[in-house]
Every structure is written in C-alpha cells, then in structure tokens.
Design a protein around this ligand. Sequence first.
Ligand SMILES: [Zn+2]
Length: 290
Amino acid sequence: MSHIEPGIFVRHDPLVEPVPVIFDSPHSGADYPVDFSYACSPKLLRQAEDAHVDRLFSAAPETGATLIAALFPRSYIDVNRAVDDIDPQLLDVPWPGPVSTSDRARVGMGLVRRVCRPGLAMYDRKLSVPEITHRIDRYYRPYHAAVADAIEQAVDRFGAVWHVNCHSMPSSRGPRIPVSGWERADFVLGDRDGTTCGAGFRRLVQGTLQRMGYDVRINDPYKGVELVRRFGQPHLGRHSLQIEVNRRLYMNEETLEPNAGFERLKRDIDNLVAAIAPYARDELMAAAAD
Ligand SMILES: [Zn+2]
C-alpha cells in the first residue's frame, strides 16, 4: 500500500510482516511547484536532484520496511537543512523568526537555496517572508512529520528503529566541496562521527557494500546533515545512517538518464536493503534476551 500527499511525499508501506526499518529519500523529488519561479536553467537546476534514489531503494517494502520519498525538488526547499537555516541575503526583509545561518546557507545552499550552483543565481529577485513560510508549512513540515510518524510508530511497536537516509552525490568534486586530495568513493556513509547510529549498524551497511566490491568511505566528506541529526539517538535505540551513492554508478549526470550500470546497482542495493531487516530482527531479539 502507498499513501500519497500529491506534490509533497509518497510513503510505501511494508508488503510483508513489518520490521522497524525506515528508508527516506528526501532529494529525489521532481514535481516542480508552479510558484517556484526560478531564473536559472531548468537543466542545471535538475542536476541538484538525487535523481532515481527512490527507485534504487524501492525494494524496501518487500522486506517489511517503510520507504518515504519527497516529491518536490530539494532546490525548492531542502528538508535536509535545519528549519532556521535561513539565508538573510535571499530575503527582501529580515526574517521574523529565529535564524541560525549555517556555512552552507552562507554560500547560498541553505534551507532555500540562493544559488543554483556556485556563481549562478537561482532567482532574479528577492524572496518574500510569506513565500518561504509557505514552503516550510506546506512542504518541509509535512515531510518531516511523515518520517517522524513512521519512526515513532516503529519505536512504539518494537522499541527501536533503524533509519536509512538515502542520497546520491556527484562523481566529480565541485567547487562547493573544498576538500583536497579526495577522490569520490562509490558510497559515503554518514553518522555524524559515530553519533547518530550504533557502530554495529554502520558496520553492517559498510561490510555488505564492501563485500559487493564497492569503495566505501565513512563521514568523508559527507557526515550527514539535518535528517540523521534529528532522528538519530542511538542511546534510545533510534539509529539513523546517511547513505550517499555515487551518481556515476547509475546515471548520466548531465541528462539524468539511467546508464548501463543502473540495473546492477539496483540489484546490489536490493541485497543491501534485504540485509537490514534480519539485522533489525536479530538486534531486537538480542535486546529482549538481555
Ligand atoms: Zn541528497
């Protein structure tokens, strides 16, 4: 069964006996709202999408897990930013609420982006406070609530939850990631330096991918941002891990068309997803035996 909030998110519920495992794909949405009115090229704008990530993880419900995917694009409002990560330069008047501007927002990549990519403006105008408020209330908060509800239901029923926050990353290092001497791995796992999930869960995902032959990095350069920060509380049995998949493994990064590697990667991710449900069951049994 799927539940759809048109333009906002889709939630795919378990097709077999449920396990406390939630996948979410916050950046794969491509329903561009009519009031977006951006000024950059649609082709460049679309390259911000984590295109097809929802499809790559679509086996989740067949393993008893829940999969939630945003339907709006991350360039309209980014649910993987704190809600107060406001960029003052974007607005026509000062923001009326609390503001905690991150380094990302200072370079135009905050909650609502000011740039399509570095040096290229997203808009030919300033945005109004009601415009941003609408995006927060109509898109950001319902998406967060959908993930939070799924996580709370899992914890209520099972006493613990494993959340996988799914993304993809460009294959080449852009100017917005000023890390020297760093080559793109196949996968980057982020647990905010070991704070958002138990080490055993991170090792399960890392080891499963490595045995498939993939190069996996940990917290380098992506540590995880708002969604794993909000939901990851491993001391309370709430484990949250971010996964970044290298886009060259599955698509043409200019056109977003799936490439010849897509089917192989999809099969491997199917197997990764299938390994998580029994891990969660084993962890619950071990906890019950304590
Ligand atoms: Zn992403």
